[in-house]
Ligand binder design. Sequence first.
Ligand code: CP3
Length: 333
Amino acid sequence: MSLFLSALQQTNHTQNIPIWIMRQVGRYLPEYHQLKKNRSLFNLFHDEEFIIEATLLAPKLLNVDAAILFSDILIILNALNIPYCFHEKLGPIVNFDPLKKIIKTLNPSIFLPQLNAIRELKKQLTIPLIGFAGSPFTIASYLLEKKPNKDLLHTRRFMYAETDKFENLLDEIVEATIYYLETQILAGIDAIQLFDSATNTLPESLFFKYCIKINKKIISHLKKFSIPIILFTRNSSYNIRSLMTTGANCLSLDWLKDLKKIIRSFPKNLSIQGNMDPMMLFANDLQIKKYLNDLLPLMKEHPGYIFNLGHGIHPQTPVDKIKLVIDYVRSKS
Ligand code: CP3
């Protein structure tokens, strides 16, 4: 079994540390720009050939133990017939009126390029393939903000002012997400990561309702497939206890708490992924090696530890730095 999957099942007693990097294929890679040419991001997410080629870039260029399907969490909006576009500077812009019920039925054919790509990638890859989806609150926040806004003022305002409508919207996204993840699994995906990048803005009781309960619901629906599930949330280090109750097999941790403080008290039957600050890839080589030297023995102590950053790699990251990190962890483990 691969290092990555055995770590997700907490059976990685070989002491080797599996590695993959969030957003390992992206704008920081010159090869990604060459492949993309001047084509729009929106079209590329619906192009099976591009999805395959882009997904294969990381295993070709970086010595990683898992590939992640090249796609975007917003693909689900296409299947829900909600118009949006990717603005070069602002990010995703969504056209949605929450007071009108415009979610009709799910159009499953939208996912075909992703699903065909998964089938083809499974033939070509020798390492596991990770599939993913955005968690429902995060998807809802893109709909309600219309353009990226980290305080989520519109989302929280609508959540309080129109709670029933907000919860109906979440329910519809939950259904669509379960459907999308099930089809990814049936197409051959080896593990799933749920991206919950927005629930960090919620007060505690609503965090429980819209992060913990909803992710738990999705995870429990997927349990029948016996596929490992990784849960990424922002500010995860401050919510470890409650995140443990979701049933996820692995928690993806941010850099806010020292790994030293977390890893020893982390249950051995739960995998842990993270947690290097992506901005540390702008430090000098010596600083990076010192940071890794300090943590490597500890990382090896946990049978389910997977090396990753605490969040996606920044587009301006020098490629050499991520290569240095991967090769260094590899050589010392
Ligand atoms: O990041 C890159 O350079 C690759 C290309 C790209 C993706 N999405 C692929 C992707 C780009 C430019 C986007 C647009 C996008 N989508 C933005 C703007 C980002 C920016 O920095 O300008 C945003 C905010 C989204 C929405 C989105 N997509 C979110 C919130 C997430 C979850 C991860 C997170 O950062 O919280 C995604 C996932 C995503 N987008 C993936 C990829 C390849 C999968 C994650 C992975 O590869 O690890």
